[in-house]
Design a protein around this ligand. Sequence first.
Ligand SMILES: NC(=O)C1=CN([C@@H]2O[C@H](COP(=O)(O)OP(=O)(O)OC[C@H]3O[C@@H](n4cnc5c(N)ncnc54)[C@H](OP(=O)(O)O)[C@@H]3O)[C@@H](O)[C@H]2O)C=CC1
Ligand SMILES: CC(=O)N[C@@H](CCC(=O)OP(=O)(O)O)C(=O)O
Length: 342
Amino acid sequence: MTVRAAVAGASGYAGGELLRTLLTHPEVEIGTLTANSNAGQPLGALQPHLTPLAERVLEPTTAETLAGHDVVFLALPHGQSAAVAEQLGPDVLVVDMGADFRLADAADWERFYGSEHAGTWPYGLPELPGARAALAGTKRIAVPGCYPTAVSLALFPAYAAGLVEDEAVIVAASGTSGAGKAAKPHLLGSEVMGSMSPYGVGGVHRHTPEMIQNLSAAAGTRVSVSFTPTLAPMPRGILATCSAKARPGVTAESVRATYEKAFADEPFVRLLPEGQWPATASVYGSNAVHVQVAHDPGSGRVIVISAIDNLTKGTAGGAVQSMNIALGLPEELGLSTIGVAP
Ligand SMILES: NC(=O)C1=CN([C@@H]2O[C@H](COP(=O)(O)OP(=O)(O)OC[C@H]3O[C@@H](n4cnc5c(N)ncnc54)[C@H](OP(=O)(O)O)[C@@H]3O)[C@@H](O)[C@H]2O)C=CC1
Ligand SMILES: CC(=O)N[C@@H](CCC(=O)OP(=O)(O)O)C(=O)O
C-alpha cells in the first residue's frame, strides 16, 4: 500500500519534522507541500536539512493544491485547520497537528483559545486507554499538544490504576522549537541562551484543559491540574516532572509494578531501569518516550518524570504513529526510537 501524503505548513518546524519522518516511511509518497507567506519558495531555502526535497516548490495552502491525496497533514497555526479540513473530502485522512480538534469541551476551547470550537476528532495518543480502537480506520485525527503528550503518558497509568488521587502538579521544561518559527521577542537567542524562565503560569496555559481531559478520562473522575511550563535553552525536547498524592497503601514497588505493566507492550515508551532518569538528549530526534517513577513517602506523593522530543513524539512522530493505525499499517512503520548522541 503506497499512500500519497500532502503537508500543509511544510515551511514550519512541525511540517519540517514531519517531512523528515515521511522521507523514511516505506509506504508514503510525498505529494504537495504548502506554506503561507513562503509559498513560491523552494523547500531547500527554508528546510535545508531536508536535502532530498530541496528543489520542491512550496504551493499556497488551498483545497485545490491539497486535492488528490490519500492523507493530508495540517501543520498550521491554531485556528487555521478547520477551514481547510472542511474542504477536504470525507475519504481523505486528515491529520491535524494543531489544536483545533483536540478538546471535547467547547467551553474549554473558547476559554483557552478565544474562538468558536470547531469540533472534536479521535485523539492521536495511541498509548491512552481506548485510543487505538478510536484511531483504527478513522479519517480524522487530532494530534495532541507536545506538553499533553509528555504529561499524559507520565501520569495516566497512575490515575488509571488508582495509585493517586486529586490534583496533578506538573513543571515541564521545553526547548524553544515548541514555540514555532515565527519570531517572538522572548525567544531571541540573547534572551534564551544560558537562562531558564517560566511562562503561562497560574493555570492559563492552553494545554492545561487538554491534560485535565486526558487524566480525568484515565481516572474516571475529574482530575485538576497545576501546570507550569518553562523555557529551556535547547532547540528540542520536553522534560516533564509530574507528581500526585499517593493513595494509602501505595509503595515504591506497587508504583513500579503498575508502570511496568502499563508500558510492557508499548513500542515507543520505555520505563527506565531503577536509578536511571530521563533526559531530553536521549530521545532527541526519536519517537521514544523515556519514563521513570518514584514514590516519596515523606511527602506522600508519586513522582513521574518523562522526556520526549517535542517535534517527534510531541507532534510529527505522534502524527505518523496515529496515521499508521488509521490506515491499518504496522504502528511503528517509518518511526525510530534511536536518538542522536552526544
Ligand atoms: N513546534 C512544536 O513543537 C509543535 C507544534 N505543534 C503544532 O503544529 C502547528 C505548526 O506549528 P509550528 O510548525 O511550530 O509553527 P511554525 O510557525 O514553525 O510554522 C507554521 C506553518 O504554518 C504556515 N502558516 C502560517 N500562517 C498560515 C495561514 N494563515 N494559513 C496557512 N498556513 C499558514 C507557515 O507558513 P509560512 O512559513 O509560509 O508563513 C508555516 O508553514 C501548530 O498548530 C502547533 O501548535 C504541535 C506540537 C508541537
Ligand atoms: C516552548 C513553547 O512555546 N511551547 C508551546 C507549545 C507548543 C505545542 O506543542 O503546542 P501546540 O501544538 O498546542 O502549539 C507553548 O507553550 O505554547
